[in-house]
Write a protein that binds this ligand. Structure first.
Ligand code: DLL
Length: 414
């Protein structure tokens, strides 16, 4: 089935998108060269830059009359990128996400409060239509207005919440301040958290505090939006093999890597026609699991994303991923999940990395903050091979986020 669908989409893109035609001609590959799934390796990779270069519609493979929706990235680092969908593309997107939600345990009796932002960001509308497709009751609360989110949760009997993991942390904290214990005072039983990296330790903390199942949901606007998640086993994100063909590659050489090897995720959407994505380099670092899942499904899985190749920063020659900082911080029970990394240079021009983290409210006033700072510093040093400065802050002193968190502030001049 994958081979057939791959042949179809490559041929479709070649015939209908000027971009793909030129791209494949230059690479010296023709649709007829693609016979089996393995032949995908003959095709060149599609990169984010191509979407920027052809902004807004240059990579589309259908006329605008067949495009029924557009989404766009925020474009904070240069031109935004635009993704376009035919009616069938939207159906495929909802089908994929609805299946994922079902596999995680959502049913039509559930009340889904969707606190991902509605608008050009794909999170809001993506979950909205997938939830409806499943037959569940969708509450389109969108992001922000935290007090109202909690009131809605109580009044409407929300059982499933969708938002970024950083917003979930904020919401939990806010509820506590309102005197509401999510575990005992609400019906909430599950959350779909994604759109940004988060660690296994953060999952544990969310689950312990709220008593819910925290499910990891993944996607990128180019492959539709939020499209795939973990099943109820919470042991990797299933990619539906009849909709996606996934590969893990060495980001330097582009060589395909084997099961279990860590590298960059490359996704081909088997069927998306408005803006075909064939060998899309996601930039996300993970590895693949091909064995049967305990849920009984064979659909391939990916491990939790450990970071993006372009999120990584270098401090005094050492590569650091923000997710590793988070992982290390979560080993120290006295600190909370709220942190920020500041990169700067000292008077000698050497890199200085400062990690600011809030003390957990339960330990405030009971712990010597100097001792705690050195404990955190030693923990970070052992995980990262860099010695950062550590500042222990009072609870609620760092910014909170309604959507994707911004954890790294790089003040260094290049
Ligand atoms: O963030 C789509 C989405 C919406 C996914 C809601 C999940 C929930 P973009 O704005 O295009 O699309 O950003 C895509 O976000 O390449 C990853 O780097 C990151 N990302 C998304 N989900 C996860 C996750 C949406 N579960 C980029 N873990 C991707 C880690 C994630 N990173």
């Amino acid at each position: 089935m994958q081979a057939k669908k791959l042949r179809y989409i490559v041929d479709f893109a070649y015939r209908n998108s000027e971009f793909y035609r030129k791209f494949y001609d230059q690479a010296g590959v023709k649709p007829d060269d693609i016979k089996s799934v393995d032949d995908v390796a003959k095709l060149p990779f599609v990169k984010k830059q191509y979407l920027r270069d052809t902004y807004p519609y240059g990579m589309f493979a259908v006329p605008l009359s067949q495009i029924v929706r557009l989404h766009a990235s925020s474009g904070t680092t240069g031109k935004p990128t635009v993704t376009g969908y035919t009616y069938e593309d939207l159906e495929l997107w909802s089908e994929s996400l609805a299946r994922s939600m079902y596999a995680a345990g959502v049913r039509k009796e559930d009340v889904i409060q969707n606190a991902y932002g509605y608008g050009l960001f794909t999170g809001g509308l993506g979950f909205h239509y997938a939830g409806e497709r499943l037959g569940a009751t969708v509450v389109p609360s969108s992001s922000g207005n935290t007090q109202r989110q909690i009131e809605l949760m109580l009044d409407l009997g929300t059982t499933v919440l969708c938002c970024t993991p950083s917003y979930m942390l904020y919401l939990t904290e806010y509820a506590q301040k309102m005197g509401i214990d999510i575990k005992n005072d609400t019906e909430l039983r599950m959350g779909f958290f994604g759109a940004e990296p988060w660690s296994e330790e953060t999952r544990k903390r969310i689950e312990e505090k709220t008593g819910i199942d925290a499910i990891n949901i993944y996607g990128t606007s180019e492959i539709s939006g939020p499209v795939v998640s973990e099943c109820s086993e919470k042991a990797g994100i299933h990619f539906w093999a009849d909709i996606f063909l996934i590969e893990i590659i060495d980001p330097e050489t582009g060589e395909q890597l084997g099961e279990g090897e860590s590298g960059e995720l490359v996704v081909t959407v088997l069927g998306k026609e408005g803006l075909p994505m064939i060998r899309w380099r996601t930039g996300d670092i993970t590895s693949m699991i091909l064995e049967k899942c305990d849920c009984g499904r064979w659909h391939p899985r990916i491990e939790r994303i450990t970071g993006r190749a372009d999120d990584m920063f270098i401090v005094r020659g050492v590569n650091v991923f923000p997710s590793h900082v988070e992982y290390a911080l979560m080993q120290v029970k006295e600190v909370s999940e709220h942190y920020q990394i500041i990169l700067d240079r000292d008077e000698k021009g050497l890199d200085v990395m400062t990690v600011q983290v809030e003390i957990s409210p339960g330990y405030q006033g009971k712990t010597n903050t100097d001792l705690l700072a050195s404990k955190v510093r030693e923990t970070l040093k052992s995980y990262l091979n860099v010695t950062p400065k550590v500042e222990i802050l009072e609870p609620e002193s760092l910014p909170r986020f309604e959507g994707k968190a911004k954890r790294v502030i790089d003040k260094r001049k290049v």
